[in-house]
Ligand binder design. Sequence first.
Ligand code: SAM
Length: 278
Amino acid sequence: MKKGIYIVATPIGNLGDITPRAIEVLEAADIIACEDTRVTKKLFSLLNINIKKTFISMHDHNESEQLEKIIDFVKEGKSVAQVSDAGCPLISDPGYKLIRRCKEEGIYYCTIPGPCALICALQLSGLPTNSFMFAGFIPNKDKARADLFGKLKEIDTTLVFYETANRIIKTLEAAQKIFPQREMAVAREITKVYEECLNGSADELLKHFRTTEPKGEMVLMIAPPQEEEKNISDEDIETFLRAEMQTLSLKSAVKKIAEQYNRSKNEVYELALKIKDE
Ligand code: SAM
């Protein structure tokens, strides 16, 4: 086997998704760079791959130090297979710094492709796939999450995020405010027994997850804006503003509608004053 780095994808649930090429490389590699050595050794034993080789742990917190060791191994003539706990290495997982170093050092590297959660989720979603933006994990802090959604709202493409079961309700609550009209999809447990993909508005998905406890690994997708959202009429703005003014202060209703429909605050404020004076 040629010395260098082999980026090897592993299953995201169904063991049968390992490719023959991945098995060949994992068998032949001298060194396995993985996130959690226990997880990867378990995978090897399930796949009947020889475990008697060097396993090095490389995760988000030690990637910079560990990659130097890995580069040294390759310089000594060794072959290194890089895997993550599941799915495609480097995709919301460690590894890109290692590949940058390979480029700098002129070290051979290649990809051994396989399952990737974001691609499988898009396939299951029924949302447009001709163009999409993968935005990784959604921040856990309320402001950071709202800021991210606010920025992405303008982008005319399907949005894809990695998410976890214990955060999905908070995330959908934030998405409900910023993308109230958009179709969304939550794909969970992909390639596993309970694989499913639920589509609906944030409101509908929230209703579901408030009555059915969210479980398993998840990918959240948000459809691109429809024409109506892009060209919402002044009459509709007035209707939405009236509705918000029933429950929110004038200032909060103006802020919400202006942000949600990309209108100037002054314009919406004038309208709110008119409604208030009626
Ligand atoms: N690098 C991996 C990939 O792209 O396939 C993803 C690693 S990332 C640390 C883990 C996230 O991927 C999970 O929180 C979830 O959002 C998503 N994921 C992984 N496996 C999944 C599955 N079987 N079903 C749904 N989502 C999954």
